[in-house]
Design a protein around this ligand. Structure first.
Ligand code: PMV
Length: 331
């Protein structure tokens, strides 16, 4: 199937190395659970916001060697690491010649594997760097399908702004790709509240499988997503920030509720996570429009409007701000 997608593309490099940047993305309506684990086909559609110039830059060079060399943040990744095997297996889908190996250098300007979508931007940057190296001419939905095979949420990391990943219906997954949305929210500000940059104990792949297989609450999840997705799109079309924040927050909490009901329970929260949530709720009760979302890690992403950044800094001094609709260096 995949080979078919790239069969008409150039097989020899167009330059000495390919290079690309892909932004990280944070889901406002989460992808949680697959209908096909091998192809990373989701049970539901999802919708994200990209994190501007926070993401991954990847450089790919063809090398004369019998194995791939992988560097993450300037450090060689040993071949016994899960990340190495996972990336090499992904490269096997992309390399035009099975004997061609590469040196892949990825630098991330956000913490690795702490629920900040580092794998999403990492796989998307790798696909774009390949496209640059070989001068592929493939439609963006095809690139999104390729990204999805590396990591589901990577399908959404090819664009800035709001992005929707359509679940698709086909068994081969060719209609399960993301697309950028035209709506913007120019005043949106996202505060990264990083409580821990430690590697998470349980990866999202295992966590979503366990939830799907063992959580009774998971039956309710597709219905929740359908409603939240509909409501969020309404909020976007009316540029209603408070509505957007409320829907994103309830969707994230519902996702974590499905995990808490799994056996054994999955809880990514630290005591500091809950305490930050309580601060958000009390600030909101006092009239400050701030909401949160949380992924497969203890960190929160606070959603607010630019004019409230200073006030939030007083309560969360270490926030790292992302303004998704401001002009960027990379794009
Ligand atoms: O793409 P994965 O396998 O890293 O899973 C992403 C899961 C969440 O971040 C929790 C939700 C999402 O839609 O990004």
């Amino acid at each position: 199937m995949i080979q078919g997608l790239l069969q008409d593309q150039p097989k020899t490099p167009n330059k000495t190395f390919g290079m690309a940047f892909a932004p990280s993305n944070i889901a406002l309506i989460k992808y949680w659970g697959k209908r096909d684990t091998a192809l990373n086909l989701p049970l539901t559609s999802s919708l994200s916001i990209s994190l501007g110039d926070k993401g991954a830059t990847t450089r790919i060079l063809p090398i004369d060697a019998d194995h791939d060399e992988i560097f993450l943040n300037h450090k060689a990744v040993p071949s016994i690491e899960v990340f190495y095997t996972r990336l090499v297996r992904f490269l096997d889908l992309l390399r035009p010649d099975p004997h061609q190996h590469y040196r892949i250098e990825t630098t991330l300007n956000l913490p690795v594997a702490a629920g900040l979508a580092s794998s999403a931007c990492g796989f998307a940057a790798a696909v774009l760097a390949f496209a640059d190296l070989y001068a592929w001419e493939v439609p963006l939905p095809v690139l999104s399908v390729l990204c999805r095979l590396g990591s589901g949420s990577a399908a959404r990391s090819l664009w800035h702004g709001f992005v929707e990943w359509h679940r698709g219906e086909r068994a081969d997954g060719l209609d399960s790709y993301a697309e950028p949305l035209l709506e913007r929210l120019d005043d949106l500000a996202i505060g990264l509240h990083i409580l821990s940059s430690a590697q998470k104990p349980l990866g999202s792949r295992e966590a979503m499988e366990r939830t799907r297989e063992t959580s009774r609450l998971y039956d309710a999840w597709p219905k929740q997503v359908a409603e939240d997705l509909y409501d969020l799109k309404q909020a976007l079309s009316t540029e209603n920030f408070a509505h957007l924040g409320a829907i994103a927050e309830r969707n994230a909490l519902a996702m974590h509720a499905t995990m808490l009901a799994a056996t054994p329970a999955i809880c990514y929260w630290l005591p500091e996570t809950l305490s930050a949530m309580q601060t958000v709720w009390s600030l909101r009760a006092d009239g400050l429009p701030v909401y949160f979302t949380e992924d497969a890690g203890p960190n929160l992403k606070l959603l607010t409007l630019k004019k409230h950044q200073a006030e939030l800094n007083a309560h969360f001094p270490a926030l790292e701000w992302v303004l998704p609709f401001e002009p960027r260096n990379q794009s």
